[in-house]
Unconditional design. Structure first.
Length: 431
């Protein structure tokens, strides 16, 4: 087999075989295929697309380029969720203890944030001494004992995806639906769970800006899952405003705790319950309203909150902070971002809001940047709210760094006008 023949085949819009895709991934990962030929193939895929079977074969070849988690030592059904990346997205922090409380196993490998979206690991590390590294043995033991663990990726998962993503980033080939779908699914197929719910974000703060595109991506990922023998479902959720009110690491953990105490924002609760109900349905535990009722009970009885406390204790963290969120370290100053005129909040450019949190130090511009767990934004008003000139729209929790820039970004991002707009939070479910 020769890479040049495979490039020509894709250039001419023909279908690549499983063997050809395996050849490409194996030889790109071991350095035999140079970047210039891989770039050419990626561009041909970008323009000519892939069939479902090709995207599945590509995802499986990428999965097999590295370690694959074997969670068979964990008894019971393992559930997982994945978000394509949002602003203020702390769903995992609420959903994981909820699923553990209803009796499912939540054994999750999470990632860090880059750019305007935050990562679950960074959020969890705002809890004092919380350890994100466990040995595989301790990870399995913990999930068997308390149904729950969230850790970082220690193994060499999908090295092909890491190399390909970096190349796509510099060759204009990131926004290709089959490449995104196979990239995300390769990691999910390597994570070892039985049931997966994908949260595909749509809107101004998301990868996919239109419902049509998001639906196409979600459908392809669900189909890849089915062809790879996993139960995968997807929910399309709106990202035209941040999810919940808080953005920034400890601020998001605090909001997740409030939600587990039954006092969280409605939108965060809705997305969490929607994903939770889909996971519970796929696990044949309960569905629809019955599943939501069960989750509400686990919140009312504090069983879900107690699961988070147990996880924090098992992973070495200070659970007193979960019991009393006032114990989280605070940023030295709070600066108000105020409305400049009367009217309704019509639009929030979510990506710019994520960037505002990033410039304060809540996120990373570069992979190795240090982050500050205390800084971020706390919104008092979102889309559809009426504000008078001088009303506080958001509080900026900050050090000295980035305040001016954050204020400018917020000013650009938040549009006040005469129309009272509403948001449809759940844009679709794909099973
Ligand atoms: N997230 C991924 O993991 N891969 C992509 O290609 C895009 C988003």
């Amino acid at each position: 087999m020769r890479i040049i023949d495979i490039i020509i085949k894709k250039r001419d819009n023909q279908i690549l075989s499983k063997e050809e895709l395996e050849f490409v991934i194996r030889n790109y990962t071991n350095g035999t295929i140079p970047d210039y030929q891989m770039s050419s193939l990626l561009m041909a895929i970008y323009f000519n697309g892939m069939t479902k079977k090709e995207a599945t074969d590509l995802a499986i070849a990428m999965r097999d380029s590295g370690d694959v988690f074997d969670l068979s030592a964990i008894e019971g059904l393992k559930v997982d969720k994945h978000s394509t990346g949002g602003v203020g997205d702390k769903v995992t922090l609420v959903l994981a203890p909820l699923m553990a409380a209803v009796g499912l196993k939540f054994a999750k490998m999470s990632g860090r944030g880059l750019g305007h979206t935050g990562g679950t690991l960074d959020k969890l590390e705002s809890i004092e001494n919380f350890k994100i590294e466990l040995t595989e043995e301790d990870f399995v033991k913990q999930v068997n004992e308390i149904n729950l663990a969230v850790i970082g990726q220690s193994k060499n998962i999908t090295p092909a995806d890491k190399l390909l993503y970096a190349l796509r980033d510099v060759t204009g080939t990131v926004p290709s639906i089959p490449l995104i779908a196979s990239s995300i699914m390769s990691k999910k197929l390597a994570s070892g769970s039985d049931i997966i719910c994908l949260d595909v974000k749509v809107g101004s703060g998301a990868f996919m800006q239109t419902i049509k595109e998001a639906e196409k991506l979600a459908r392809l990922m669900v189909e890849i899952g089915a062809l790879a023998n996993k139960k995968v479902q997807a929910v399309l959720t709106n990202m035209d405003e941040p999810l919940g009110n808080n953005i920034g690491n400890s601020l998001e953990v605090i909001e997740a705790i409030e939600t587990l105490n039954g006092e969280g924002p409605k939108d965060l609760e809705t997305v969490t319950f929607t994903i939770g109900a889909l996971l519970m349905e796929a696990a044949n535990l309960a569905k629809g309203d019955e599943a939501i009722q069960l989750m509400k009970e686990k919140i009312a009885t504090k069983e879900a909150l107690n699961k988070l406390i147990e996880m924090v204790e098992k992973q070495g963290g200070n659970s007193a902070q979960i019991k009393n969120p006032d114990l989280f370290k605070k940023a030295p100053q709070i600066v108000a971002f105020k409305a400049e005129k009367n009217g309704y909040i019509e639009k929030m450019e979510t990506e710019k809001i994520g960037l505002a949190a990033m410039v304060l130090g809540a996120g990373r511009a570069q992979k190795d940047d240090e982050i500050d767990h205390t800084v971020g934004l706390s919104f008092k008003k979102k889309i559809g709210a009426y504000v008078k000139k001088g009303d506080v729209i958001a509080e900026i929790h900050a050090q000295e760094k980035g305040v001016k820039e954050a204020l400018t970004l917020l000013k650009e991002a938040i549009i006040i006008g005469n129309d009272k707009k509403t948001i449809t939070l759940i844009e679709g479910i794909i099973k």
